[in-house]
Design a protein around this ligand. Structure first.
Ligand SMILES: [Fe+2]
Ligand SMILES: [Fe+2]
Length: 331
């Protein structure tokens, strides 16, 4: 890598700039500071910045407006807003509109702030990698995300293998199949935004934790969109947890409103999830997994026709049981 990644901190209070700068000094980030929006925009135009962390209440242009302006000048820069409690609704609105990546409320918790900045840096790095990626690096990006969650080792590759069987059976073109393969590798890439404490939790998640996990399709799709990936791939990432009956997430769309590529990957994803061990339960055998899907998910969670097609491939699939399950080729 070339020059160090840059973090720009914007706040009208000198002592806050100093304090955050001191807090981040141990990282190898290049730290820039600005005391108002004009200074910040000047830096944004002239420097390659990975993350901007901006206060909201400043004389002159507010932080939120600075970040929207920054978005048009440097769309790949990750934007984080610092706000007081009073601005919370504004901050949440900004997140929903995709104007900012996260917000941090003042007074902040050092550990949480640093974590948020690091996640912003990581996200910026992944967008950059996706933009330049050849096929081998797409797979390694998918695998790097699995490292955060050891229980999903090999998940992306297996999901790709199952999805491809189904895509081929469904008569999809070679070009679409290629995108389905890449989308399968990356379908969980939004998990970079979720803490390891949640991903590795021994036992079922609390409601709050599950709400956080539920953000991964939207976060991942946003990364893929920013990296200008093809729509088929964005659709897979965004819609792989939608259910055929509309009870999935995040959009709760139903049936054929869910793009076919996402319905295909959903079958593959569920199958791999129930047939591998998780921290708090053992995985089913491949044939029991197929049975479980047929009796409990046909037409509710999963597209019935695709599920039937998957079932008719059972011979090919259960043959994998005999071989090393990590050894499924996916080319
Ligand atoms: Fe997922
Ligand atoms: Fe998954």
């Amino acid at each position: 890598m070339g020059m160090a990644e840059a973090l720009l901190i914007v706040d009208d209070e000198e002592k806050i700039l100093k304090c955050i700068e001191r807090m981040m000094i141990h990282t190898d980030l290049r730290i820039l500071t600005a005391r108002n929006a004009e200074e910040a925009l000047d830096l944004i135009r002239n420097e390659d910045i990975s993350v901007i962390l901006s206060d909201n209440m400043m004389p002159g242009m507010k932080g939120i407006d600075l970040l929207s302006t920054a978005k048009s000048h440097a769309p790949d820069t990750i934007r984080i807003l610092m706000t007081g409690q009073a601005d919370l609704p504004t901050a949440i609105d900004a997140i929903n509109k995709g104007e900012v990546f996260r917000f941090v409320t003042k007074p902040w918790d050092n550990e949480e702030l640093e974590q948020t900045i690091q996640e912003g840096i990581e996200r910026h790095r992944i967008i950059g990698k996706l933009k330049r990626a050849d096929e081998a690096s797409l797979l390694s990006i998918g695998q790097a995300i699995e490292l955060k969650d050891p229980y999903t080792r090999g998940h992306s590759k297996r999901v790709a293998a199952y999805s491809l069987l189904l895509a081929e059976r469904a008569g999809m073109s070679a070009e679409v199949q290629r995108k389905i393969k890449h989308g399968s590798w990356l379908h969980d890439c939004g998990k970079i935004g979720i803490s390891e404490a949640i991903l590795n939790k021994q036992g079922p998640l609390t409601e709050e934790e599950f709400e956080i996990v539920k953000n991964h399709p939207a976060w991942g799709a946003e990364v893929a969109r920013q990296a200008q990936m093809p729509q088929t791939i964005v659709n897979i990432i965004l819609y792989h947890h939608e259910h055929f009956d509309g009870h999935g997430y995040p959009s709760r769309i139903t049936g054929y409103q869910i793009p076919k590529e996402a319905r295909i990957v959903a079958v593959a994803d569920v199958f791999d999830a129930i047939t591998t061990d998780r921290p708090y339960r053992k995985g089913l055998s491949l044939s029991d997994g197929l049975e479980e899907m047929k009796s409990n998910m046909r037409g509710t969670v999963l597209d019935p026709d695709l599920l039937d097609a998957f079932h008719s491939l059972a011979k090919v699939i259960t043959n994998y049981e005999a071989s090393d399950s990590n050894g499924i080729g996916c080319t």
